[in-house]
Design a protein around this ligand. Structure first.
Ligand SMILES: [Mg+2]
Length: 194
């Protein structure tokens, strides 16, 4: 899509969703498709909407993240999570931006880091005041894995719900009720072979 028209549509989409479901928190993900100026223009376009999180506005560029964060603090978006780390994460840069309080939510993939990796990483992030939400797109099972990790260890304010049909494994005894993931306590994550 032509960039200016795409940005207009992004703003219209968020405004339409906020109007249709005013009691829902809104999360946006630019998939590294913006630059810092475009990210600011986007946020100007949704002024007045209390955005819950802004994910991957651009790939890890420290100066751009600092500039965007400063703008957000000065323009009513100080509570919005700044989420990064999904695509090809530069973890040293993200750690550094975390220490500065710029990026405050980490997204590394649930299966890339794995449970062992996340079990060490989550408490470390919590000590530093940084939240997490392990990336789950790509397979419905990853939402279940992230849900169980969140229920067990905390410090995960919300999880990515991947909508897909049941292919070879179903949600089994796990439930999604009113937007909440209810983790099964049955063995094997409560999953069932179809
Ligand atoms: Mg994403």
């Amino acid at each position: 899509m032509e960039p200016a028209a795409g940005l207009r549509r992004d703003i219209e989409a968020v405004r339409a969703i906020a109007k249709a479901v005013p009691d829902c928190e809104i999360l946006v993900d630019a998939n590294n498709g913006y630059d810092v100026e475009t990210a600011i223009r986007f946020m100007e376009g949704i002024a007045g909407i209390p955005l819950y999180w802004f994910e991957e506005p651009f790939h890890e560029k420290p100066d751009d993240w600092r500039k965007l964060h400063a703008w957000m603090k000065a323009n009513g978006f100080e509570k919005t999570y700044r989420a990064d780390g999904e695509y090809a994460p530069d973890r040293a840069v993200l750690d550094s931006l975390g220490r500065e309080g710029v990026v405050n939510l980490r997204l590394e993939d649930i299966m890339d880091l794995g449970f062992t990796g996340w079990r060490a990483f989550l408490p470390d992030l919590e000590k530093r005041g940084i939240a997490a939400s392990p990336h789950a797109w790509g397979a419905g099972l990853k939402t279940v894995y992230t849900g169980h990790l969140a229920a067990g260890l905390g410090n995960i304010p919300t999880i990515e719900g991947v909508t897909c049909g049941e292919d070879e494994v179903s949600l089994g005894e796990n439930r999604i009720v009113d937007g909440h993931f209810l983790a099964s306590s049955a063995p094997g994550f409560g999953l069932k072979l179809v």
